[in-house]
Ligand binder design. Structure first.
Ligand code: GSH
Length: 245
């Protein structure tokens, strides 16, 4: 068994009780804290940190450095063979893919909810979540930018043009959807934060890190600013993580 996998199993076996905070699992089984494998600057890791904080779910963190290629190490591939962060260990299972993980958390730890009760509203929140997670994020992922540099020999300016182009396309679509549906308030759905806000914030954060101008997307930016008033979104910021540099 790999070292990381063994550590995950040992932590589970330690049986350190239920996660603290507001979150409680839907069954009353004694569980060890969840383990989040992530990297401070990864927007999907930030997404999951927010979701866990939102649920008040205590967890241990394990750090997987993307610049050091630790996500491709044999130890980490034994945890998540996709070679991507984040991954979440809860009980005897490793969960991957943030949208699926958030759906898992919603079902395993129902309070507070990240999704509304009404089916059309649930579909809307999932739709906005997917614009960010499926249409925007993958185009500017580390491996895509590396491919542009290393295989297609694109220089810094061309790579940044690629980044800004797809951020622009994605945020235009996001802003249009938010306005078209007319369901947003302080957050994506009315005045209650949830899954879509959790997806949106790290993407805005990332776009700003790459100096993209987001002023044409005032609805999305307003929601971002309102989220930044909430502890779940601020205590989990990349720069506050122990692996930040
Ligand atoms: N769809 C996946 C995406 C995960 C993902 O792409 N994570 C990035 C960091 S934000 C990563 O591990 N990138 C490594 C790479 O591109 O080589 C999810 O939502 O979990």
């Amino acid at each position: 068994m790999s070292a990381l996998r063994a550590a995950a199993v040992a932590a589970r076996r330690a049986g350190r009780g239920l996660p603290a905070g507001r979150c409680s699992p839907s069954s009353d089984v004694q569980r060890a804290p969840m383990i989040l494998y992530g990297f401070f600057r990864s927007s999907t890791s930030y997404r999951l940190r927010i979701a866990l904080a939102f649920k008040g779910a205590a967890h241990d963190a394990r750090f997987v450095s993307l610049p050091k290629m630790e996500h491709k190490s044999a130890d980490y591939l034994a945890i998540n063979p996709q070679g991507l962060v984040p991954a979440l260990v809860d009980g005897d299972h490793v969960y991957t893919q943030t949208l699926a993980i958030m759906e898992y958390l919603e079902e395993a730890y129902p309070e507070p909810p990240m999704l509304p009760a009404a089916l059309p509203a649930r579909a809307y929140v999932r739709s906005i979540s997917q614009i960010v997670s499926c249409d925007i994020h993958p185009l500017n992922n580390v491996r895509v930018l590396k491919y542009l540099e290393q295989r297609l020999s694109l220089g810094e300016n061309e790579r940044m043009a690629w980044y800004a182009h797809w951020i622009g396309e994605g945020f235009r679509s996001l802003e249009a959807a938010l306005r078209h549906e007319g369901l947003s308030g302080r957050f994506v759905l009315g005045d209650t934060p949830g899954m879509a806000d959790i997806c949106l914030v790290p993407q805005v954060f990332n776009a700003r890190r790459f100096n993209c101008d987001l002023s044409d997307y005032p609805t999305a930016l307003g929601i971002f600013e309102n989220c930044m008033q909430l502890d779940a979104f601020t205590t989990t910021l990349p720069q506050y993580q122990p692996d930040a540099f």
